[in-house]
Design a protein around this ligand. Sequence first.
Ligand code: AHM
Ligand code: MG
Length: 280
Amino acid sequence: MEDILEAIKKSAIKIEKEIKNSDGSFSKNLNSTGDNQLKLDVVSDEIIEDELKQINIIKEIISEEKEDSVEINPNGKYLVGYDPLDGSSLVDVNQSVGSIFAIYENDYSGNNLVASVYVIYGARVDLVIALNDVKLYRLQRDEFKFINNLTLGEKGHINATGGTQKNWSSYHRELVNSFFIKGYRLEYSGGMVPDLHSILLQRGGLFSYPTTSDKPKGKLRMIFEVFPFAYIFEKAGGKAIDGEKRILDFKPSHLHDTMPCFFGSTYEIEEVKKVYANRA
Ligand code: AHM
Ligand code: MG
């Protein structure tokens, strides 16, 4: 596991340099969900693949930018799912982006996750590792220095509301408004890494990306976006559900499956459950 974490740290330092030096132009490739891939997505994917390929305890890897998994060592123990540069289009408007990693044993079901890591490339470069607890590191002169553990309180004040609002269901709109009425404040950058990082650092709040009329199965991918953050939120003392059920009890049928997701501290997630249980 230590080798994998070191490889992630090395990749993050290289990706950070690419972001700072990129011109943000598009490549002609399409990824499996049909989006235009930014050159930076491709470059970041290659950087990570090159680092992970050198680690023989890894059985295979699957990236958001790859159609299929890539075998590393048939006798390896771990499967690594990753999103090399989540929210990459935000680079063009100079907002924060991130890399997300999920380390599994046996298969890509939520309950087989054994560690999650993300990196946020913002005003600072932070790295968060969840094993038994959640640790925050910060890049200082080419080295990640431990800062502190991350834990969530019982409730927060942030309401991070994903999805196109005109495509929300009426009960989801009611849920979002119920938090604003209670005094929660909108914080939403359009990048799940900075949005979730903010909730973790401020010790509470809610991030939602629901099913919508245009995305009936949600937008965010189970293996490399939803499961890793569900693991991090649980290890930090929070919760992660699909509206009703615990996210980590899900198992994808396909590598690029998506699902609706809600991440937060205990109070907000209990409120989500009440509204979703009573939806018309
Ligand atoms: P990406 O993996 O194609 O970058 O998309 C994932 C991002 C998340 O970071 C964010 O939460 C979500 O897309 C926002 O989606 P949108 O604003 O397009 O509905
Ligand atoms: Mg992504």
